[in-house]
Design a protein around this ligand. Structure first.
Ligand code: THU
Length: 168
């Protein structure tokens, strides 16, 4: 019989933004505002992301699409790459993500795609405290993951290449 490996993953769900701490509320507002800067003429799905840095700085991003579809980039990675390139080695505390459909003001639930989860995981591995993820849910509800480990439990990382102690 094989041994069964289980992962203990869970999310917190909140009915209302007012139940979250003030810094999370402010971050979600910034993610919502970032939706308005999305370039999404092909999907019409406007995504906004906002990263809170340990310094208190907030960096936002929105999805950027392209006529050559695979060239586009998700809002989360736009925000994360922007934050990491502008503030290298500064720990990332929280990432909020939300979306709206073209012409509609209702916020949609967004769970980061697999590629974004991998990118989040890379940055989290480089810092001590985990990066909290806040996802806007339906009807004003919100989901919070304490760490990317809740969304990507068996992540691929530098340690799989045994590169952690290498000089690159
Ligand atoms: N998208 C994001 O920006 N983030 C996600 O977490 C899911 C998907 C974007 C990519 C594309 O521009 C559009 O949403 C439809 O997939």
């Amino acid at each position: 019989m094989p041994r069964i490996i289980k992962f203990d993953v869970y999310l917190e769900e909140y009915d209302n933004i007012s139940l979250l701490p003030p810094d999370s509320q402010a971050l979600i507002e910034r993610a919502r505002a970032a939706c308005n800067h999305a370039y999404a003429p092909y999907s019409g799905f406007l995504v906004g992301a906002a990263v809170l840095l340990e310094t208190g700085e907030i960096v936002t991003g929105s999805n950027q699409e392209n006529a050559s579809y695979p060239c586009g980039l998700c809002a989360e990675r736009v925000a994360l790459f922007s934050a990491a390139s502008r503030y290298p080695s500064v720990a990332l505390t929280k990432l909020a993500v939300t979306a709206m459909k073209k012409g509609q003001n209702t916020y949609q639930p967004v769970a980061p795609c697999g590629a974004c989860r991998q990118v989040i995981s890379e940055y989290q591995a480089n810092q001590d405290p985990p990066l909290e993820l806040i996802m806007e849910g339906t009807n004003g509800s919100l989901m919070v993951a304490a760490s990317i480990d809740m969304l990507l439990p068996m992540t691929f990382s530098a340690k799989h290449m045994d590169r952690t102690n290498d000089e690159i």
